[in-house]
Write a protein that binds this ligand. Structure first.
Ligand code: HXC
Length: 274
């Protein structure tokens, strides 16, 4: 079986499938955009002509990411420090975006928190913290952006996961939080549909080069033999998720709303014989 390194390619090669200027004049607002999957999605969308605001807690990391994103795409990127658990900081980030760019077309609700812990070792505050970042944070982002996204008849992408489709050990907090995110997206799709707004979920599987994968994947002695866990022979790369994000915001997806798309190379469907 081929090694992972043989498959890792810069994601812009995959998004080059789309026309360069499909998002010209559009504005993206992305929570969690300072790193990982959300940063990769932001870069891909900017490469197709959009300006963007990236939102996160760590200002130093945001500033650096915004500079790099502007340099690699030739588009403006605004860093906006906010904690999705605090509605006022999000409202300020939205206001900053409107002042700088005049509109919001696309929103990625991507800010998330995670760690591995059995429910017996999960304090009430630990459970609440992840629910507050993932679920309440999504609610707060929706509340702050919906009036602007209605004006542009724009679209939402919610970053979820596949782990709540079955029982994933040590992930009670995230499973509960992401199931609620999926539900929020579905309701937004039907409530905001009449205003011309679409809402979908991207559910990444194991994506290499992300903090989630670094922190959450088991590091046992068999860690080098995981190819058999991947039906396509490799874990995902950030470009795989970015590619799906570009499609979902593009005019090609105009009639797609209320859906959940797993970007996991069929990993969720893989079942052992024993
Ligand atoms: C048990 C833990 C814990 C652990 C934290 N806590 N880590 N409990 N096991 N490993 C508990 C703390 O003890 C505390 O409870 C409570 O959680 C809050 O912790 P804080 O550190 O005070 O919270 P905060 O500083 O707000 O940080 C939030 C965080 C942190 C979620 C704990 O990890 C974070 O900021 N993460 C953001 C980045 C991140 O996680 N990215 C990966 C996302 S990947 P007590 O009771 O002691 O007060 C992802 C993908 C999912 O989401 C799908 C994967 C396949």
């Amino acid at each position: 079986m081929a090694t992972l390194s043989a498959f890792v390619a810069p994601f812009h090669e995959s998004t080059a499938t789309f026309k360069d200027d499909i998002f010209k004049g559009k504005v993206l607002f992305c929570t969690g955009g300072g790193s990982g999957i959300c940063r990769g999605m932001t870069e891909a969308i900017m490469k197709h002509g959009a300006k963007a605001t990236i939102v996160g807690r760590n200002l130093e990391r945001l500033n650096k990411a915004a500079e790099e994103l502007s340099a690699s795409t030739g588009q403006k990127c605004l860093p906006a420090q906010a904690d999705v658990r605090q509605p006022k900081t999000l409202q300020d980030a939205v206001q900053k975006t409107i002042e700088a760019f005049g509109r919001i077309d696309f929103v990625i609700c991507g800010a998330a928190g995670n760690f591995l812990a059995p429910i017996s070792g999960l304090s009430e505050n630990a459970f609440r913290t992840v629910i507050e970042i993932d679920t309440l944070g999504t609610y707060n982002t929706l509340k702050a952006t919906i009036p602007h996204v209605r004006k542009t008849k724009g679209a939402y992408i919610h970053i979820s996961a596949t782990l709540h489709y079955r029982g994933t050990p040590f992930q009670a907090h995230v499973s509960a939080a992401k199931a609620a995110v999926d539900a929020l997206s579905t309701v937004i799709a039907v409530e905001e549909g009449p205003h011309g707004v679409r809402s979908n979920v991207l559910a990444p599987g194991a994506i290499s080069g992300t903090e989630g994968m670094d922190r959450l994947s088991a590091k046992g002695p068999d860690a080098g033999n995981r190819d058999m866990l991947y039906p396509l022979g490799r874990p995902g790369i950030i470009g795989d998720v970015a590619n799906a994000g570009v499609f979902l915001f593009s005019p090609a997806a105009t009639y797609i709303s209320g859906q959940v798309f797993a970007v996991d190379g069929a990993q969720e469907h893989l079942r052992s014989l024993v």
